[in-house]
Design a protein around this ligand. Sequence first.
Ligand code: MG
Length: 388
Amino acid sequence: MEITKIECHVVVVPNVSPEACSSAQDDIVVLVHTDEGITGIGEVDTNPWVARAMIQAPGTHCMGLGLQEMLVGQNPLTPEALWDRMYLGSAMTGRRGLGICAMGALDMALWDIRGKAMGKPCWQLLGGAKQPFLTPYASLLPTGRTLEEYQRNLVHKAIQAKNAGFKAAKMEVCLRGPYSHNAIQESNEAIIETVAACREAVGPEMTMMVDVAYAWWDAKEALGVLERLEEYNLFFLETPLNIDDLDGYAFLAERAPFRIAAGEWQNTRFEFIDLMDRGRIDVAQPDVGRVGGLTEARRVADLAAVRGRLIVPHCWKTGIGVAASAHLAAATAHCPYIEYLPPELSESDLRKELADDGLKMDNGRVALPERPGLGIELNYDALGRYRA
Ligand SMILES: [Mg+2]
């Protein structure tokens, strides 16, 4: 089998809000075609225009090749070998950041081809079933122009998730720091009050996570707040500090009364090794596309296992990335949750329409995917309608 052509589609929702914290407003969808009629599908959560250029641009020397030119003509059935080829061939321009993101979308598509060619769901090729079913957590990102509106909307969404059958939910409490919602800059008291309101709304049984989106610059200030959140029984607290403050993460991870989670932005296993060994985080959150695809996500999960850390993949895009996360989780024993929002609870048109991930939640559980490859059904009509 040979790769014949790579298509890159940039899609955008009609009413883009530049203030939005959500990256689900745009996407790059890659289609990797083969001479045997099998097409692999991938995506990545990064700037889609730049990712497209990274894939399509030609190169002039062996350390700065284009990703597309390195793949066309190759056998798609060995994604790990092609990962090394792309990593080494683009090292001068890629290696981290967007270069790895673009590779991640392509690698996802290569695993899809491999699964389809073998007639097996990708998790069977990533190590086989390591858990009987998946447990999704609902990611709840509220809207609101004031603190009161924000809290009311978040509590409303938490109750909705509970009523939909979720056993776990993550509250986005983005009230401080560089990405705070609508530039609201609230006090630490407001964060504690919001977490308390969510716990009260969902009751003691529901597993609750909190994402504060890099709220603090200072680990000691963060620790003061985390200690006061102990009574709300959090499963993890996500990204308390600037992601480059690995020593700050280590300080918190040693002292916090619950798990510290991070990793949504990290590219490659090498950045996760730093995050786990120097940053001492408890829960690694690779985004399958951004970390470098399923090939690299598998490696990160294995590195976490030998360190006794958990994997809870980050995922905030369409059914394509959701499916990739689900296949990784199925083949990973130490992955207790996947980030998952059913299309009907999502506010993103792309999540709702672009791809059917084939997953169904029943009583808070998702059965392992059965269709070959990633099991995605791409909506080509939506792909055309949302094309930028
Ligand atoms: Mg986050």
